[in-house]
Design a protein around this ligand. Structure first.
Ligand code: CMC
Length: 428
């Protein structure tokens, strides 16, 4: 871990006591008060629901400036990475801290191929899931099942990390495609060594015994970009869950499985599915009446929120959404696809950007606003969108988990509370 810059002390006075708490800053000048001695010396704890002001760690992986709309992995700007890299290179970057050279890329790709098949017994799991099973439920179950099939990997050390990473990346990709095939009653398609990571996924999704399939280079490029946009986002809900589970010394697969469940929620990665369902409802039920939907989203007596809008950290346009929006237009143009939901999404975005309610709260479209429209154009079904997010996020979760394991300040995650229930009483 790099050294932090010490900035002096903050003074806290309470109940006749004064304590000095160290203040430090990170490499991008984010400042923090170190409160580790607070309870011991004052009896006070901090109260911060949703961890809005709480820094849980120091990290060298991902940098976000939510005010300026900046996102960087290991110092590289998200636009640069999305433009010039393949997803597997970015996965390597997140885990190892540097982009792979030609030889490292080759070795990483060989590992991805060698570990791409699912154990036959795991494949049989799919026979017993109902056809309507949500693929996120299946994916989470498959992730934790890997710990039964590969128990030797329950170490927290960095040794064999490429094998662990590539096993997870490859096998989760296969599990995702198999769950789709199962849901439509088609036989599964096995991965192939002659195809790249993204080509393989598309082939497993769309090849059938009666129809050949050639992955469209437009879709392959788009998928690489989309997975890169999803690859990490520092201490978000699912990454924090992965680390919280890992902090108890649970294995990597169990931790990732928990992260997949956290991502599933509609306020997090599940929003991409809900955006499309919302747009479909507006088109069909509200006859495209954007004004009505905006009024509902602003009404404090209505629990409805615009999906794909707003973010805890970004108080300007989400830089991932910028790339996703441009890509959506490009992909649909290149594929010659016309989708009325795209026009509706653009109309809705314009209405959001012009409205005082959203402006005053700094609410902008987030990554999930446009990604689903691109997945849809590629033929990926709506209930698979959050699975796509999960596949992209796996390298980020692993990188965050590994960093936590190697953190000399690391301890089991265990927040405190302020109890407000009944005081001591007796059963009468
Ligand atoms: N529609 C209408 N109002 C909203 C929305 C929205 N989508 N998002 C936030 N607000 C309002 C909220 O009602 C509150 O208003 P007020 O100050 O009057 O009480 C204010 O904006 C601040 O919202 P908050 O709920 O305190 O913000 P948060 O940081 O706790 O929540 C969020 C962030 C992403 C959960 C929230 O913006 C939201 O629910 N968005 C819709 C779901 C969504 O798109 N999630 C995907 C996030 S990006 C992918 C990822 O990384 O997870």
């Amino acid at each position: 871990m790099s050294e932090v810059n010490k900035l002096g002390k903050a003074t806290l006075k309470f109940d006749g006591k004064t304590i000095e708490l160290p203040v430090f800053e990170g490499s991008e000048h984010e400042k923090a008060i170190d409160i580790r001695r607070l309870r011991k010396e004052t009896g006070l704890i901090t109260y911060d629901p949703g961890f809005v002001n709480t820094g849980s760690c120091q990290s060298e992986i991902t940098y976000i400036d939510g005010e300026k709309g900046i996102l960087r992995y290991r110092g590289y700007d998200i636009n640069d990475l999305a433009e010039k890299c393949e997803f597997v290179e970015v996965a390597y970057l997140l885990v190892h801290g540097k982009l792979p050279g030609k030889k490292q890329h080759q070795i990483f790709s060989t590992h991805l191929n060698s570990h791409s098949m699912l154990h036959e017994d795991m494949r049989h799991f799919f026979d017993n899931y109902p056809d309507h099973a949500h693929p996120m439920a299946t994916l989470s179950a498959m992730a934790v099942s890997l710990s039964s099939f590969y128990p030797e990997l329950e170490t927290s050390k960095k040794e064999n990390i490429d094998i662990r990473v590539t096993r997870l990346l490859s096998k989760m990709r296969a599990a995702a495609a198999f769950s789709y095939k199962k849901s439509i009653g088609h036989p599964i398609v096995q991965p192939r060594h002659d195809l790249s990571y993204c080509e393989n996924f598309l082939n497993m999704m769309f090849r059938t015994p009666v129809n050949g399939y050639e992955p469209d280079p437009v879709c392959v490029r788009a998928l690489n970009k989309l997975l890169i946009l999803h690859a990490d986002h520092e201490q978000n809900c699912s990454a924090s869950v992965v680390k919280m589970v890992g902090s108890s010394d649970a294995n990597l697969y169990a931790s990732i499985s928990a992260g997949i469940c956290a991502l599933w929620g509609p306020l997090h990665g599940g929003a991409n599915q809900h955006v499309i369902e919302m747009l479909e409802r507006i088109l069909k039920k509200d006859r495209g009446n954007v004004k009505k939907v905006i009024e509902r989203a602003k009404d404090k007596n209505d629990s409805f929120r615009l999906m794909g809008v707003g973010h805890r950290v970004y108080k300007s346009y989400d830089p991932r959404a910028k790339v996703a929006k441009q890509m959506c237009t490009d992909v649909l143009d290149q594929m010659g696809v016309k989708d009325p939901l795209v026009d509706l999404a653009q109309e809705l975005e314009e209405a959001v950007l012009a409205d005082d309610y959203f402006k005053s709260r700094s609410l902008y479209p987030n990554i999930d606003f446009y990604t689903g429209l691109t997945y849809r154009a590629m033929g990926i079904p709506t209930n698979m969108f959050t699975v796509m997010f999960a596949i992209g996020r796996i390298p980020g979760w692993i990188a965050q988990w590994l960093e936590m394991k190697e953190d000399p300040d690391g301890r089991i995650g265990r927040p405190r509370q302020v109890y407000t229930g009944p005081t001591k009483r007796k059963v009468s």
